[in-house]
Ligand binder design. Structure first.
Ligand SMILES: [Zn+2]
Length: 307
């Protein structure tokens, strides 16, 4: 955590310190953990559920407080379960009048599995929460690029990730960006998924942009977090895929080993997509490592993109 000499005048000095801190230093891991607790307590969050509505309300409330330009991407998906309403939520920061201003996207899904009793503290909860804390950090920091925070909806498959089931919200939004001709302006897309895992180890996802993964590694090394990133390879179907498909350099920042790995478990670990995905498997420290690393990566890219 940030050190402070303002021990006596802490309250008076706090705003000044916050304003002076860099973007990644402004990431508040304690708040990110609190958001994860709050979102998980909403219970099941599949589209149409009361927990999903509460999550939508929280996202909009935080974005409003943080001064983001809020946009929606709503549609009805055709799924094996029938029509399902899908609500992607977008919060834009540092938007200028320049029609060529570069764009960078940080995304994560906020829906959870259609599964009774599944609260997805890590799978759905941590990604929702880390983006909320990114909003809080971005509220006080200027960047050259406009930064979009995107909460994707209906990432989870209704039955299985085959035959077009799953990735509904991200597929719709990626195609919308392509149709609007925005793809060339998007310098990168990072998807955050399952990054609250107490036993953190972010995979080198093999479909992702290697060039952007190298900048993430550079940022992680600078912060002393190198050991938590890219120690193993994994091929993951996730919300980054539709963005890669339309030509946006994208990275799935995903911890693909959640709990013990073995023949009796899901390929991504014992806690993945089971009702064992609860808050006791999530840590503030992991949110801090990923949150600070990703925001420093954005700073590095922002400096290279220029004015
Ligand atoms: Zn999942």
């Amino acid at each position: 955590m940030r050190k402070s000499l303002c021990l006596v005048l802490l309250v008076l000095c706090a705003p000044a310190l916050a304003a002076g801190a860099t973007l990644h230093e402004a990431f508040n891991a304690q708040q990110a953990y609190a958001y994860t607790v709050q979102v998980s307590a909403f219970g099941e969050r599949w589209p149409g559920s009361p927990g999903h509505q509460k999550t939508e309300d929280l996202i909009r409330e935080v974005l409003q407080k943080d001064g983001a330009k809020i946009e929606s991407d709503n549609f009805t998906a055709t799924t094996p379960r029938g029509p399902v309403p899908v609500h992607n939520i977008i919060g834009k920061f540092n938007v200028t009048v320049d029609p060529k201003q570069p764009i960078f996207i940080l995304a994560g899904h906020y829906d959870t599995l259609f599964k009774k009793g599944f609260i997805g503290a890590n799978d759905g909860g941590s990604s929702t929460a880390i983006l909320l804390s990114f909003a809080d950090a971005l509220a006080r920091h200027k960047t050259n690029m406009q930064i979009w925070l995107v909460w994707t909806d209906l990432e989870e498959a209704i039955e299985a990730f085959t035959n077009g089931d799953g990735l509904y919200g991200s597929t719709h939004l990626a195609q919308k960006l392509a149709t609007e001709g925005l793809v060339p302006r998007v310098k990168g897309f990072f998807l955050l998924d399952m990054i609250g895992d107490k036993d953190l180890s972010v995979a080198r996802e093999t479909n992702s942009s290697g060039a952007l993964q190298r900048v993430i590694a550079e940022a992680a090394n600078q912060l002393g977090y190198g050991g938590f990133f890219f120690r193993y390879d994994a091929d993951i179907i996730d919300d980054h895929a539709p963005f890669l498909q339309v030509g946006i350099p994208s990275v799935d920042v995903v911890d693909a080993m959640y709990g013990p790995i073995g023949p009796n478990y899901d390929a991504m670990g014992e806690y993945h997509h089971t009702n064992m995905d609860t808050m006791d498997k999530v840590s503030e420290r992991s949110l801090e490592i990923v949150g600070r690393t990703i925001l420093l990566t954005v700073e590095l890219i922002d400096a290279r993109v220029g004015q």
